[in-house]
Design a protein around this ligand. Sequence first.
Ligand SMILES: Cc1ncc(COP(=O)(O)O)c(C=O)c1O
Length: 378
Amino acid sequence: MTTVPRVERLSAPAVRQLAKGAPPDAIDLGLGQPGWALPEPARQALAAAGAEEAPCPYGPNEGLPALVEAVADHHRTDPGQVLVTHGAQGALFALFQAHVNPGQRVLVPDPGFPGYRTLATLCGGEVVPYRLGPRGRLDPDALGHALQAAAADGDVAMVLLNHPSNPTGGGATAEALAEAAELAGRHGALVISDEVYRELHLGHPDRRQASLHDVTDEGVVVSSVSKAWAAPGLRVGWAVGRPDLLAPARLVHAAMTTAPARPSQLAAAALLRESATVLAESCSQLVRRWSVAQTAPHPVAAAVTPAGGFYHWLELPAWALADPMAFCLRLRDEGLVTVVPGSAFGNAGNDHVRISCGGDPRQLAEGLRRLDRFWRAP
Ligand SMILES: Cc1ncc(COP(=O)(O)O)c(C=O)c1O
């Protein structure tokens, strides 16, 4: 029997592929990252690190103590429950490698962040999609059915939750999270809650959506400074969970990276210490952008308020459904706007595109204005 090597089943993410061929004057509403300035505490920490006439040591594999403590404080837990990583992506990579064996099933949301499918493939795992509820919210019944079917013909290693969701912006209630954790536990699966968008929301701080660890001590929560702390280029993230769940992931992460970059960790620790002001500023930046998306020409305006994150999950016009990728290429090459086809997030995303509202608000307004005519007529 011949097998296809796992890496040969990988391809560059659609968002990157589309951006590469884009005309130089195209507006990029594809990549999901904050377009506002790196907050002052991080800038100061980076400048201070660069000004020191001192060695730049590796530091501990598990992250600098100051950052580990800052993450633990933020999650109201103790430092032994924290693994500092190279972005949330580093945390996910390490957790997948540590907890998914070849042939085991991994439940991923559909539509959902494409990275989960890639990471499962790299482990030799079997991807099992589960549907989200109306407006992309977590639907424990749909998850339960998918889990039951997956467990009937194999071992389920892991269940991925991601709320607020990329790409739908849909949230999850505390009850739904508790139910999902209970379902995963019943099937012996590790639940991972990817909460990178939880702190980046449009409402009052009390209205941010619940965390998995508000409802259970089980499972692992993953997050990073990339979205809400406006620092994707630092490449700092973390996983929070029981030490026995993190221990094998620590070994994988150390084997892959040794440790995250020291100046980045110092900057991330400064951002976390100043979370109250940094997060408030990020949320007001999001409010500004979202009001642009809401007041765009009617066919492309955002009608649904996300539970968090900066994604406008827009339904395609009927005439685009026959070939959504060709339509997105037209948007890019004729309309001069890059968006991500919903199919990049799974089959359930075929009839949508994802528009990132994270960038410059004027570019966002102009990009939506350019898209308008493609939604009005074929
Ligand atoms: C849902 C989700 N998880 C994880 C990541 C990776 O984030 P990081 O920059 O922290 O590696 C992203 C990035 O877009 C994301 O959307």
